[in-house]
Design a protein around this ligand. Structure first.
Ligand code: BDR
Ligand code: CA
Length: 317
């Protein structure tokens, strides 16, 4: 039986690729998408989610617009040199006729979790603002989630936006702190694993070429933009596919090796705000709340992600 999933996201190029993987994977029953401000503004992230679902043949999946900004401070939105002005690296996609769901992100989360017969897996690949608001407003329904899989944070590699802050956690640390302590089992796919699994430009070859369809062409265009940012930083076009690894960890859990321990979020430190603190040695004897991903099967992840998107491209061609 496919796993019922809701994705909370801020597309964003790697979010777009993660949504493609979810749409391409029979292991996942995608029930809805909720959007949050992060990589770009909420109008862009919501519009991008609608356009991406249209591209992937999934106009049936409702999109609820959520929080524009963080709970407690005005974090700057993502750098447009990473994801482009509109969030998808300048790749133009067809605009579907439908709009976002009138219930918004919270209403959609409430209705889907309340009405679905099975506990739902929530995959959160943006700042955790919507998730924290859901946990705060409807703790009864939040507790019905099967689990929460997030892309965020890091243990040995703690930061990409600041020296110790990974972007999603840094953007809304108060929300993240609430989510880690809200009682639902968390799987944390952070920088320790996403920085291990770098995709070379040539890894995307199956999506390119004369017989590539609309999906392959669009994703390859986004990867090229994202790769040019990496090239400017690292001298290599190899990109981290952060958000797809969170989806992949649901599709094929054996791809990541995890350690179960307590994780909290620093909200007060002047240098370390937004840092995830993992008690890997159980020094504080707290009840473990998180499965922290510490290792990843890189070749298997690359094969899964590129292969599944190539299959989706062929299916929709
Ligand atoms: C995370 O931040 C965003 O830029 C990406 O979409 C990803 O979710 C990586 O730190
Ligand atoms: Ca994201």
């Amino acid at each position: 039986m496919a796993i019922p999933v809701i994705i909370d996201t801020d597309p964003g190029i790697d979010d777009a690729i993660a949504i493609a993987l979810a749409c391409a994977s029979p292991e996942i029953d995608l029930l809805g998408i909720t959007t949050v401000g992060g990589n770009t503004g909420i109008e862009n992230t919501t519009g991008n989610a609608l356009k991406l679902l249209h591209l992937f043949g999934r106009d049936d999946v409702p999109v609820g617009a959520g929080a524009a900004r963080a709970l407690a401070f005005e974090a700057d939105l993502g750098d447009p040199t990473i994801h482009g002005q509109g969030g998808l690296g300048g790749v133009e996609l067809a605009v579907p006729e439908r709009g976002s769901d009138p219930r918004g992100a919270l209403g959609l989360l409430v209705d889907l979790v309340e009405s679905h017969p099975e506990p739902i897996t929530l995959i959160a690949i943006g700042p955790l603002t919507n998730v924290a608001l859901f946990a705060a407003t409807r703790p009864d329904l939040y507790a019905k989630l099967d689990r929460l899989v997030i892309m965020g944070g890091g243990v040995h590699i703690t930061g990409n936006h600041t020296p110790t802050g990974e972007f999603n956690i840094w953007f809304d640390p108060e929300a993240a702190a609430r989510v880690f302590s809200a009682g639902v089992d968390v799987t944390m796919v952070g920088l320790d694993v996403t920085h291990k699994a770098m995709f070379a430009g040539t890894d995307w070859a199956p999506l390119r070429g004369a017989d590539a369809g609309a999906v392959g062409t669009a994703i390859a265009g986004m990867v090229d933009f994202y790769g040019s940012f990496y090239m400017s930083q690292n001298g290599s076009d190899a990109t981290a596919q952060h958000d797809s690894l969170a989806v992949a960890a649901v599709v094929k859990p054996e791809l990541v090796t995890t350690q179960h321990c307590w994780v909290g979020v620093e909200t007060a430190g002047t240098l370390t705000r937004g840092m995830t603190v993992a008690d890997l040695k159980d020094v504080w004897k707290q009840t473990p709340n998180t499965h922290v991903a510490l290792d990843v099967d890189v070749p298997a992840f690359i094969e899964l992600l590129v292969g599944r998107i190539a299959d989706l491209d062929a299916r929709l061609r």
